[in-house]
Design a protein around this ligand. Sequence first.
Ligand SMILES: Cc1cc2nc3c(=O)[nH]c(=O)nc-3n(C[C@H](O)[C@H](O)[C@H](O)COP(=O)(O)OP(=O)(O)OC[C@H]3O[C@@H](n4cnc5c(N)ncnc54)[C@H](O)[C@@H]3O)c2cc1C
Length: 209
Amino acid sequence: MQKRIEVLDKGFVELEDVFGGDGIAIKTARISYMSRSDPEGDKKLVKTLMMNGHESPFEHIVFTFYVKAPIFVARQWFRHRIGSFSERSGRFTEFEEEFYVPDKTRAGEKVESMRTAMHNAFETYKSLLKSGIKREVARMVLPMSLYTQWYWTVNARSLMNFLNLRTDKHAQYEIREYAMAIAKFFSESCPLTYDAFVRYAYKGNVLEV
Ligand SMILES: Cc1cc2nc3c(=O)[nH]c(=O)nc-3n(C[C@H](O)[C@H](O)[C@H](O)COP(=O)(O)OP(=O)(O)OC[C@H]3O[C@@H](n4cnc5c(N)ncnc54)[C@H](O)[C@@H]3O)c2cc1C
């Protein structure tokens, strides 16, 4: 399985770890009947769970992702409360000049003026640091397009909610690109769960089996 998927101009999603996969959801669901696993039955079981909204067994599958994305994407992502985040600190580290610059399809002729504005903001940040201003204060001049990084630990049920909302044409293009990378890791790690999700429980309008 691919470990890193590049996203936007400088970002990425890495699958750091996954616990359980399809097997743990099947095992935990089977306790209801104290029944045993078998390949055909397992597929049916996952389908039934998904169709009936009996989603708690999927909470036993847990992913940790390492993500690099612009701050405005992080703001949208962090609204998903069911999950854990640990983010790089702008107080304890000095930022690099790494901004997301949308391409012409997004920003038209304004691409270059956006790039210049970001660069100028970064020059001000550097000069503030040089004059002795603390990192936690100097960062206040930096725009939302600055790249940040974080770990996201999330169970598959919450991840499916994330995909419902963020792999949808109503979601902003940039976070949708990240959500597509998350969907790819999900499909490769949990093929049965992913397939049943997209067929029977998916509410977005982008993913296909
Ligand atoms: C296209 C789009 C546009 C958006 N626009 C805006 C906007 O303009 N302004 C804005 O503020 N937000 C906006 N949001 C964010 C949105 O309102 C949600 O906060 C975000 O998508 C997280 O979804 P969630 O609450 O389902 O996820 P999570 O926070 O991960 O929650 C998962 C589920 O747990 C349950 N849950 C979690 N917390 C509670 C709680 N406190 N009480 C009851 N049930 C709970 C709910 O069933 C919820 O669906 C937008 C989202 C999208 C996708």
